[in-house]
Design a protein around this ligand. Sequence first.
Ligand code: FES
Length: 127
Amino acid sequence: PLVEFLNFEVLEDHGWALEDEELFAKAADANLQSTDFGRFYVDPNDTLLEAAEKNGFAWPFACRGGACTNCAVAVVEGEMPSPASHILPPELTEKGIRLSCIAAPVSDDAKIVYNLKHLPEVSELLL
Ligand code: FES
């Protein structure tokens, strides 16, 4: 899968909403740093977090086992499974929030906002 990613902190800086359908188009026009906005391929069997790291990006994590939410991302477009054993409550998985340490997109293309640990609903779960 080809992942296009955006740093959640950029949304906060610009006052952009996660639900904004133009979000990635706005990001493409905003002259952002390559660590905040870009794309990479995820190799088969890699988690999204591993793929980010292989491509030289330092995305947040702590437990690497689905137990802390530090690695949370929002799937804005595409499909990414949500394995059964993890800490995220259904209200968040229903909104497309996933843990990058235990899963990866399964669709050919995906748009992912990473650094979701700064989203209030996620940060209150942080361990
Ligand atoms: Fe802890 Fe992913 S790093 S849930």
